[in-house]
Design a protein around this ligand. Structure first.
Ligand SMILES: [Zn+2]
Length: 177
């Protein structure tokens, strides 16, 4: 982590994950609010995964880690539901929640109940961001870097683990009995 809280010139702090990255102009996601640079690093990471089948095993972790680190304004239902669903899918992958049908689409299964999800206050800061993963994207260290990033993102949300685990376990057990 950078001990200097002030961004260097021509750098900016991502409003979602807090990554300090060089400024660029570019698109951002409509509700996973981020700096354009952070979003560009994310789309680049995904491009490596789409182009190399060996990297696909961590693809869902990449998507989930980015989503829960960019929780948006905490007001729009879309943003609230995105955070809850992606936290739940991280839990399924990292906490090994019981999912009887391994091929089940977790987002589809749990998506039916997304209207119940409450707004969760995000962590004050994240211990790892895409800035820590960027250099490893597409290299032999890709899988390891993304896995560590996803674990840290899940861990940083620890205040809400019980809420997410309860919610996900309740619905997954009902739907798979
Ligand atoms: Zn970011």
């Amino acid at each position: 982590m950078n001990s200097d809280p002030l961004p260097r010139s021509h750098h900016s702090v991502c409003p979602g994950c807090g990554a300090v990255l060089k400024d660029i102009d570019g698109p951002t996601h409509p509700y996973m609010l981020s700096s354009p640079t952070c979003f560009a690093a994310y789309t680049e990471l995904l491009a490596f995964e789409y182009s190399d089948p060996a990297l696909m095993p961590t693809h869902r972790l990449s998507v989930d880690a980015f989503a829960v680190q960019h929780p948006g304004d905490g007001v729009s239902r879309q943003a609230i539901q995105s955070v809850g669903l992606h936290l739940a899918r991280l839990a399924v992958q990292l906490q090994h929640l019981h999912v009887p049908n391994r091929s089940a689409d977790i987002m589809l299964l749990l998506g039916k109940y997304k209207g119940e999800l409450e707004a969760l206050s995000p962590p004050i800061e994240f211990s790892m961001t895409i800035a820590d993963v960027q250099a490893d994207a597409g290299t032999p260290a890709h899988i390891c870097a993304v896995t560590n990033w996803a674990k840290s993102a899940w861990n940083d949300w620890r205040e809400h683990h019980d809420y997410i685990l309860d919610w996900a376990e309740r619905h997954l057990s009902i739907d798979n009995r």
